[in-house]
Each structure stands twice: as structure tokens, then as C-alpha cells.
Design a protein around this ligand. Structure first.
Ligand code: OOG
Ligand code: MG
Length: 258
């Protein structure tokens, strides 16, 4: 049996070398708790190299994602400063293994959130801004083949993220469950969805995260960026291609591949 630190090093090497590896569970069964330990080791190693935590992400919160990835339980991971992309700056595809892009509703919190017992209403009350987001996932596992525990260990495929140019307070958005989303790739509509695709309401995903963190006495601090999970399936991005997500009232966020 390898330790959590060993598996974290295995995944970090894959990320840094840009070479996909076999799922951990091809070698040995691991529990979900152990997988979150592996994730924590990887995040700690990034922080030791000067990175900083800027927020968190939920994954597998929509039916579309759960069915395609063949994992039917939501998961969470950590976002760090080095994952943030700038608007207008293209993503160099050769920096990553096999990036895919998915539309997300992003929350920026204005107050600390402490679980358990937090509802989606509490989340909305504590949210300063909502923005359109794109998440660039880049599983360290070949062909994005993984179990629930594998993808948790791999910090939920987190790689990069991009927030849209328009930040809106939640009170100005109406019911987020009804927020429409259109995804285009290279000028062609590839996906459509509404906010309800994410656990019925995207703020419920944030509540789920906060309540999970509360079990271990962790707080989601004020100023956190939270990606609530892909509303639709992710699409590969290639050099010269582009993907955009447009949301009612939140505008469009576009990423080009280079
Ligand atoms: C796992 C990460 C899922 C989401 O938004 O559902 C995720 C994956 O699909 O590789 O980020
Ligand atoms: Mg995602």
C-alpha cells in the first residue's frame, strides 16, 4: 500500500510532466477519506511552492456530468491562484494534458460560511457576486477514466478556471435555477442548460460544500471563489479553437486555445 503522500507525488508528476497516468484504483482500492488526504497533500505541496488557496470547486453536480463521467456523487476540490486565467489570454494547450472546458456558475462569497446546517438561502445571503465561469479540467488519468475516489485524489481534475467580465449581486439575478446557459464551440452551439442543472439550484452546491467542510470544522472564508459544477458536459479545447459560455444577465465568457 502506498501512502497518501506517495499517490500525491504520482499525480503531481503527471501534472508537471503533462503525461496521463493510470487510475490509483487500478493498483489498489482506496477510500474516499484517503482520496481527500491525497488531494490535501497535493494542495499543501502547491502552497509550499508559493501558490495560494483562492476558493473551491464542486464537481459532478449535474446529471450530464455524472452520466458521462460514470460517477454519480458530487465531489469537491481546491482552487489555487495559479489556476486562474486572465480574460483575453489564450490557453496554451501544450501546457496541459488533454484539457476540456465546461460552463460553471461561479460564486464569490462576501461573508464566512460555516456548516453544518447551511441552506442555499444562506449561501445567497452570504454571496457578494455571481459570475459566468469556464472551468478547464485536465484529469491526470488517461482518457478521463476514474472512479469517485480517483477523481477526488486528483483534486477533481482541477486545472484552470476563468471568470467572466460581469459580476452581479445574486439579488439582481432572480431565480438562479432559471438562469439560462448557452455553450458555443468554434461558433456552433454545443450545449444548453439552466442553473437548475446543478443540484436543482447552483447555490445548493455551495451549501453542500460548506456543510462538508463543517464536518471537519473548516470554514469557507469570505472572498472565496466557488465553482458550483459544470452545468453540461465538457468539451475539448484545441489550439486555434474557442469555447464560450453565455448566461442570462451574466454575459459571455470566452476562452481561446493556442
Ligand atoms: C471531474 C471534475 C468534474 C464538474 O464540474 O462536474 C467537474 C471530471 O469531469 O474530470 O469539475
Ligand atoms: Mg467543473
Amino acid at each position: 500500500m502506498k501512502s497518501a503522500a506517495d499517490w500525491s507525488a504520482y499525480l503531481t508528476e503527471a501534472e508537471e510532466g503533462r503525461v496521463a497516468v493510470a487510475p490509483i484504483t487500478d493498483s489498489e482500492p482506496i477510500s474516499s477519506d484517503f482520496a481527500y488526504e491525497v488531494q490535501a497533500h497535493t494542495v499543501a505541496a502547491k502552497l509550499a511552492r508559493g501558490d495560494a488557496v483562492v476558493g473551491a470547486k464542486l464537481g459532478l453536480t449535474s446529471k450530464a456530468k455524472q452520466v458521462t463521467m460514470k460517477v454519480d456523487q458530487p465531489i469537491y476540490g481546491v482552487l489555487t491562484a495559479s489556476m486562474a486565467l486572465e480574460l483575453e489570454a489564450p490557453l496554451r494547450i501544450s501546457d496541459l494534458i488533454h484539457p476540456r472546458v465546461e460552463p460553471e456558475i461561479a460564486f464569490i462569497t462576501g461573508e464566512d460560511l460555516t456548516g453544518p446546517g447551511v441552506s442555499h438561502h444562506d449561501v445567497l445571503d452570504a454571496t457578494a457576486w455571481v459570475t459566468a465561469g469556464l472551468e478547464i479540467i485536465d484529469s491526470r488519468f488517461a482518457d478521463f477514466r476514474f472512479t469517485h475516489a480517483d477523481v477526488v485524489a486528483d483534486n477533481t481534475s482541477a486545472s484552470r478556471f476563468l471568470l467572466g467580465p460581469t459580476r452581479v449581486p445574486p439579488a439582481e439575478l432572480g431565480d438562479l435555477a432559471l438562469l439560462g446557459c448557452v455553450v458555443e464551440a468554434d461558433g456552433r452551439v454545443t450545449e444548453t442548460a439552466a442553473g437548475a442543472a446543478v443540484l436543482g439550484h447552483p447555490a445548493s452546491a455551495v451549501a453542500l460544500l460548506v456543510n462538508w467542510l463543517g464536518r471537519t470544522d473548516h470554514v469557507l472564508p469570505k472572498g472565496s471563489i466557488v465553482l458550483s459544477g459544470g452545468l453540461t458536459n465538457a468539451h475539448p479545447l484545441r489550439p486555434g479553437g474557442w469555447i464560450s459560455a453565455s448566461f442570462a444577465k451574466l454575459g459571455t465568457v470566452t476562452l481561446r486555445g493556442a
